[in-house]
Design a protein around this ligand. Structure first.
Ligand SMILES: C[S@@+](CC[C@H](N)C(=O)[O-])C[C@H]1O[C@@H](n2cnc3c(N)ncnc32)[C@H](O)[C@@H]1O
Length: 290
């Protein structure tokens, strides 16, 4: 493809004119959690998407990916729900959704019975968090008021709004997040993230610490997937993702085990036109007693 063709391809595939078909779980969340009339949902979603797009043109927004609740099927998500609902111990479950966008995962967790006081969301754009309240209409509800939200840049040094999250959670969901950054930025973000995890995690020695879905690459390395962008981002395979966490472990005095498995979704290739780009589920566990 020429550069011009790549730009055209990217535009066409990063902003959809119509809602995807696979958003039944989000429709249910909006009608049952937000009590929105079913016939008002589509217009509401188009309006919210365009407000988000005006803030920042992430493909996950243009493609309505933030409406896809497919991650609820993953074993890691299901483990998180179980731990978040557990009443045992001193609060075994507390989850941060990092790069939470509108906080759709947090609302889904509450819909599934999780106490919102166990949930936090963080994002670079305060506007996304505010538009999340507009999308779900829960500014004044008990759940809406109980969430903790932090707006800030994960790559910023202290003092930063993220300092408030130190040692505060036992699990972190970070979807479509690491793939935004270069290797060095991912190390910096991951070092920060390690600091958010509390020692309570040791109450569940085999429990997942960090999980999500992201783009990956059959030839791992720094890739420029947005045509003509000066930015590259590091797309992993399973080996380099472990290597990243080895490096993070070495600088934080911790040790980590990772797993990465391809998801059936062809989103990586569909977005970039490159069949080498995959979409994967990943998990990160702390290795104890090292
Ligand atoms: C690609 S979107 C994914 C949103 C959501 N996790 C999902 O899967 O639908 C990436 C999110 O990360 C946030 N983000 C990007 N850079 C960030 C940074 N440096 N610090 C914190 N959040 C950031 C963006 O604002 C955006 O909401």
């Amino acid at each position: 493809m020429t550069d011009a063709e790549k730009v055209q391809f990217w535009k066409k595939h990063s902003y959809f004119e119509t809602l995807p078909e696979d958003i039944a779980p989000m429709r249910r969340l909006l009608t049952e959690y937000s009590h929105m009339p079913a016939d008002a949902v589509d217009a509401h979603l188009y309006a919210i998407r365009d407000k988000l797009w005006a803030v920042h043109k992430y493909p996950c927004i243009g493609r309505f990916s933030f409406l896809n609740l497919g991650m609820t099927k993953s074993v890691y998500y299901q483990e998180a729900v179980e731990r978040l609902k557990s009443k045992s111990g001193s609060g075994e479950g507390r989850l941060l959704d990092l790069g939470c966008c509108v906080g759709q995962v947090l609302r889904q967790l509450v819909y599934e019975g999780v106490d919102p006081s166990r949930l936090a969301g963080a994002d670079l754009h305060r506007e996304f968090i505010d538009l999340g309240y507009e999308m779900f209409g829960d500014t004044e509800t008990e759940a809406g008021k109980a969430f903790t939200f932090v707006a800030g840049d994960i790559l910023a040094d202290s003092p930063s709004p993220f300092d408030a999250l130190a040692g505060s959670v036992t699990m972190i969901h970070a979807a479509n997040f690491f793939h935004l950054f270069s290797w060095d930025e991912q190390v910096k973000a991951a070092k920060r993230i390690v600091g958010f995890l509390s020692d309570q995690n040791s109450g569940s020695p085999d429990g997942i610490s960090i999980f999500g879905a992201q783009l990956a690459h059959r030839s791992p390395g720094e890739h420029r997937i947005v045509p003509l962008s000066p930015r590259t981002r590091y797309l992993h395979d399973a080996t380099t993702f472990q290597k990243l966490w080895d490096e993070v472990g070495a600088v934080t005095g911790t040790q980590w085990r990772t797993a990465m498995s391809p998801l059936k979704s062809g989103i990586g290739a569909a977005l970039t036109g490159n069949p080498e780009v995959m979409y994967v589920l990943y998990g990160v566990w702390r290795v104890k007693d090292v």
